[in-house]
Design a protein around this ligand. Structure first.
Ligand SMILES: [Zn+2]
Length: 531
């Protein structure tokens, strides 16, 4: 059976930019747009030209893309002609392939918010679609508050949608703008709309206010809608938009959808989905949601010992999909609740062969439990766990000793009369018989220490040149009566592998030092540096 095409429309850069605390620069927007285009998204809505300088600049020049670059804006204002509306003019001037208009479709909003008549609202939709079509643009109409509007006055809501369709809009998108509609209502209403407007011209735009944006999206597809609007990681104002990162793998991997529909995302790009999701978080300087479906660090993590042994035998017993399909991986947690089988499974993954009855397995497990009790987190810090295990088996060479380090932070007035804070670190390292002293300045004490530590490791220097720190996270924990600091450092190298190390201490510099040391030693081990 021929499969039908479903189209994906991403609005991370427009609706997603409404998220509290999110502020994309032009460079961010260009990077994200390229990432979405590379993934295989059909429509990338990049902003609202005329509304702010960033979006106006984005659309000031042609941004070549494989997909359809879309500009967002309002239909002409009531009482004005399309040719005499500055908002519409800015939209028409935008270098975009498509224009997505937003228009009211709820009679109540037309009366109260627009203070105009239903006839004028429909005339505005017709004029705007016509004007954009005349400019050679593909046109979409977002029907704002469509579901509430349809419940209040179905004939009017439908008339708004039909007006756009009749004027040649490629898509009429039904928006659950306040996110309050439930899946069975969406399915029913979309079904009724698709009886009047062909489903391959109908889209769904769901918000997550009842945590059902993804479910509402699938309800609409079941009822006939063939365009899906959403955002990466469900970004969006209030509770967010429908999360494309959850929707895409469901469409690709669940037979209910994959047997009926094709989407523009090839399998190999699906395998990059976790990376795409985490890259966006990195740009927003947020820790990725560990529990995110499909792509979260915990999405394929199992804690209980009995499950771990079963997973090793037959992964499909506990997993709804193979984690590699979306670029994630299976994770067996080594934590205070775990049993021997978890530790054995992790040792197996690392590639450390050990007999399951070896007493060192018990010692390792006890050590992990003890350290987790004082704040270490080996679930998150896979590289520190690996070093702990390797040390237990005598498989970490003694590379170097840090004899001493000194970190200082100074605030002073510089030559230009500005108040500046400068951090400096001096590290004394013994490599074999050589005593090496390095000093470095940094934008903070930990940065200075890191730079000094990695400046000169003598004969090991060549092994760590590709080492880079990509994330640094600090948490204050309450261990008993005293607060301790836990530092997690994520590193990467020329091979693209990412690893995380941990340090815990009452002193933040000390905790950071432990995590930095683990990262360097992990890199030396993995590069096969000789003792
Ligand atoms: Zn929205």
């Amino acid at each position: 059976m021929a499969r039908e095409r479903l189209y994906l429309f991403d609005t991370t850069l427009r609706d997603g930019a409404q998220t509290n605390g999110v502020d994309f620069t032009l460079a961010d927007k260009l990077t994200i747009a390229r990432m979405l285009d590379d993934l295989g998204i059909d429509y990338v809505e990049a902003g609202y030209p005329g509304a702010n300088p960033t979006d106006t600049n984005f659309f000031a020049e042609r941004r070549p893309m494989r997909g359809t670059l879309t500009a967002f804006g309002m239909t002409r204002r009531p009482g004005r002609s399309a040719s005499n509306d500055p908002g519409l003019a800015a939209l028409m001037a935008a270098e975009a392939d498509a224009i997505c208009f937003v228009a009211k479709s709820w009679d109540y909003h037309v009366r109260v918010a627009l203070e105009t008549t239903e006839e004028e609202n429909i005339a505005s939709i017709r004029d705007s679609v016509r004007a954009a079509k005349a400019k050679g643009r593909e046109v979409l109409l977002d029907c704002e508050h469509f579901f509430d509007g349809y419940k209040a006055k179905p004939a009017f809501a439908l008339a708004c949608a039909q007006a756009a369709y009749e004027e040649g809009a490629r898509w009429v998108v039904l928006c659950d703008t306040n996110g309050g509609t439930l899946p069975h209502e969406v399915e029913k209403i979309v079904g009724e709309v698709c009886a009047k407007i062909p489903g391959d011209h109908v889209g769904i735009h769901a918000h997550n206010d009842t945590e059902q944006a993804v479910a509402n999206t699938f309800a609409a597809v079941r009822a006939g809608a063939r365009q899906i609007q959403g955002t990466l990681n469900g970004l969006g104002e209030r509770c967010g938009n429908a999360n494309l990162v959850s929707i895409i793998p469901t469409l690709k991997l669940k037979p209910e959808f994959s047997e009926k529909f094709d989407i523009g995302i090839p399998d190999e790009k699906l395998g990059k989905l976790a990376h795409v999701s985490h890259t966006l978080d990195e740009m927003l300087n947020r820790a990725p949601d560990r529990h995110a479906p499909y792509v979260g660090e915990s999405a394929f993590a199992t804690k209980a010992g009995i499950h771990a042994s079963a997973i090793m035998k037959e992964p499909a017993t506990y997993e709804h999909i193979a984690p590699e399909r979306v670029g994630n991986r299976r994770k067996l947690l080594v934590s205070d609740q775990s049993g021997r089988s978890n530790v054995l499974a992790e040792l197996d993954r690392i590639g450390l062969a050990i007999d399951k009855d070896d007493p060192r397995v018990t010692r390792l497990l006890d050590e992990v439990k003890e350290r987790e009790a004082i704040g270490y987190a080996y679930e998150a810090a896979d590289a520190s766990f690996e070093l702990l295990a390797r040390r237990m088996l005598g498989k970490v060479p003694h590379y170097f000793d840090v004899e001493k380090f000194d970190v200082n932070v100074e605030q002073r007035i510089n030559a230009r009369g500005e108040r500046v804070t400068v951090s400096q670190a001096v590290v004394k390292v013994k490599v074999g018989d050589d005593l090496l002293i390095s000093a470095s300045e940094g934008n903070g004490p930990v940065n200075a220490l890191d730079l000094a530590l990695r400046k000169d490791l003598g004969k090991y220097q060549s092994y760590i040149t590709g080492l880079e720190l990509t994330d640094y996270r600090v948490r204050i924990l309450n261990a008993g009566t005293e607060a301790v600091t836990r530092v997690l450092i994520e590193s990467t190298d020329e091979s693209g592998e990412h690893w995380t190390t941990v340090g815990v201490s009452a002193n933040i510099i000390d905790a950071s030092f432990q995590a930095l040391m683990d990262s360097i030693i992990y890199k030396l081990v993995k590069s096969g540096a000789p003792a």
